[in-house]
Design a protein around this ligand. Sequence first.
Ligand SMILES: Nc1ncnc2c1ncn2[C@@H]1O[C@H](COP(=O)(O)OP(=O)(O)OP(=O)(O)O)[C@@H](O)[C@H]1O
Length: 818
Amino acid sequence: MTSLSGTKERSVSSRSRKYGVPDTSPTKSASFFPDTWYRKPYEDNTRSGTRPAPEGAGSMPSSTGTPSPGSGISSPGSFSGSPGTISPGIGTESPGSLGGSPGFGTGSPASGSGSSPGSERGIWCENCNARLTELKRQALKLLIPGPYSTKDPSFSLLLHDKLQVPNSSRRAWNERDSRCDVCATHLTQLKQEAVRMVLTLDQWDLSPPSSPSALIGRHGPPGPMGASGAPGGPGSREWIPPFLPSSSSSSAAAAISLLSSQSPTPSPSQTPTPSPSHGLSNSGHGSPSVGPTSSCAPSNPQPQGLGHRQGSKPSSLGLGGGVDRRVGSPSLGKSVAQQQPVTGVSSPGNNSGAVLSTAALQAHQHLTRTNGGVTLYPYQISQMISEDSREGLTEAAQNRYNTNSPSHTNSPSHTAAVTAAAPTTTSAAASFFARAAQKLNLASKKKKQKTTAVTAPVTSSSPSCDPPLFPTNFSSALLMAPPPAPPCLLRAANKIKDTPGLGKVKVMVRVCPVSQSEAAESSSFLKVDPRKKQITIIDPSANQTQSAASQKKVAANQVPPKMFTFDAAFPPDASQAEVCAGTVAEVIQSVVNGADGCVFCFGHSKLGKSYTMIGRDDSLQTLGIIPCAISWLFKLINERKEKTGARFSVRVSAVEVWGKEENLKDLLSEVATGSLQDGQSPGVYLFEDPICGMQLQNQSELRAPTPEKAAWFLDAAIAARHSSQRPNTTEEEHRNSHMLFTLHIYQYRMEKTGKGGMSGGRSRLHLLDLGSCDVKVLGGVGGEEVEVEEEEREVGKEEKTLRPARPLCAFLCPPSAM
Ligand SMILES: Nc1ncnc2c1ncn2[C@@H]1O[C@H](COP(=O)(O)OP(=O)(O)OP(=O)(O)O)[C@@H](O)[C@H]1O
């Protein structure tokens, strides 16, 4: 399956292949934070100080160059460590034991040693070791009410989301960059290590799980936004906060015109071969999972322990047995033995209430032990599982969740038993499990499909190599190494009222790179001056060596050079980072301030429109505008949340316009409904609003609580594109495919009246990956507020003479009309 045809197919498939052998070498992960990020704009600014948007793109000092080896990205090797080597020091005060015991093997696959980078003293500083200790504790707490399936992308995502650097470990911690001031280790790296540790533990638990808690949260109460009603279903459209009246009338947009200084078909050499060193985890393709590579583990590392755990209650907690055994304490062994009879109760027909109470008790015991004497009570455990945390799961993901999740449903009676048993218990833990059971019951009634999914989970518990969910994996890319936000974006976090570019259309130009051999030729007629934001087109005949007579003749007819000025001009060697920062940062600011925004590319076929908008997921340097926009939008939102207390909710929709008939396809309908059928949504249609003009109606709008989740929807949308789903897509079909990817931002603020009311609004960021089909140009890009310089209009004309101009369908613009 490919996401895009032609050369894109190549890149996608090569990426998929590469993901089969993820590179976890710490040094490789350095490539995610290269020194060159923003270097160019920075240099340009240094030279001129006049370059616009990339202006602040100068530096991301802490994010460059010094990735901690601790960032070891999940790999099969991560799970290769023998359990016997796992440090027994979970929760002890020794940072070393937590900072990366060999057993938690995050080492490079090459070495196969499974040594954790974090365990190398001097690589992570003491502060980070302490932080890691805390994060691992948090991760363990989250795991306790499991069992969860490590194969489910949502679980590692959930863990990753939940982990926070505790206040007690904020020494030498740079809040802004989420990095350690001492060793520059990024929060993501620490989280990864912690997540990996618990996933490794979870992998060892092969016992038939009995806790229903894995299903908790599917139908939880309203989230913090308090507006979702039943927020569980991302496809739900139940909560639509009031619109900001201004938002529909205000918009900011950026259009990037793609120019080529060569023939439209790029030579193969132009397409950079994705480096195998991207280091992204193989885990959960198309999912943000860190650790699911564990599913590829050949077998349980210690089969002899299996029987022991299978029958043991601690196993049902997702880690008890394994950890107990690893801890190796006789008393713990005794503890496990003591639980044996109770575990037997977990079989169908037995007293599940007792089982659950025992489970909670063991969770408590385990935490008491592993937290170095710190007692955690069951209610604290249950609090750790915020129902809201899984609110954003799609139905499909939930189904997978169920499928991969333990087979408490192997016996239908189990659910009933749990439900019935719950009232007999009075502890907080019991009510926690009872609630989970109720939800399980509800869920099974609600969705027949879910029931089907849960009835066949036994097979899923056996180790298997899941095929990648989607051909792209931007979700993991953002999870592993989010693109550093341009400083200009974060500076704007303080300027709430500042809505740059509001109501304006910015036109930028990116010149497609050419091969070495063609570089000289192209530079003879096309010059790009990024500093002045100008391109100059020179009559090629002026440069040809001719006889004196013909030179005179030519000079008479020669067309003088034409110069065009843009809001930004990106030369052929401009990096993705430069282009992304230069185009989208400002629009994101506007969107977070309540205006609509839109970014799209147009140009000839194979000039790099999709490369610019989507890019590739194989390294930080190749991420396109959409993944960067997702990451930065959330970054800005988080900053804004902290500063103003405003509440945000982000939803995603994606629609494809395909074919000559311009059919509409809801690209997220599959993940919204969990249906594996053709994603042709019956619902999405165009509606002509008398005031706002043409509107897309009824597309799935799915909640994305994290950037990884939004990126996961991007992966799903790309995979669902007409051109991706059919292996033999013709070039024409491919060119006739346009993707409208929209991030809907809902925000609530406390009203200043002091009456405790909330005011809300919605803004949208439309990110369009247009094909290059010949579409009749029905309109320009914008309404009355469009400010396009005369010269820029001229470049459009000029383009037509150089190559067919193929812009966009009219209903795409203005953005507020969508
Ligand atoms: N700036 C660039 N750097 C590296 N590779 C590039 C760049 N621009 C384009 N490419 C490569 O050129 C090829 C064509 O790019 P892409 O598919 O994005 O073009 P397109 O304009 O979207 O084509 P179409 O109109 O057919 O959809 C891809 O393999 C892409 O990776």
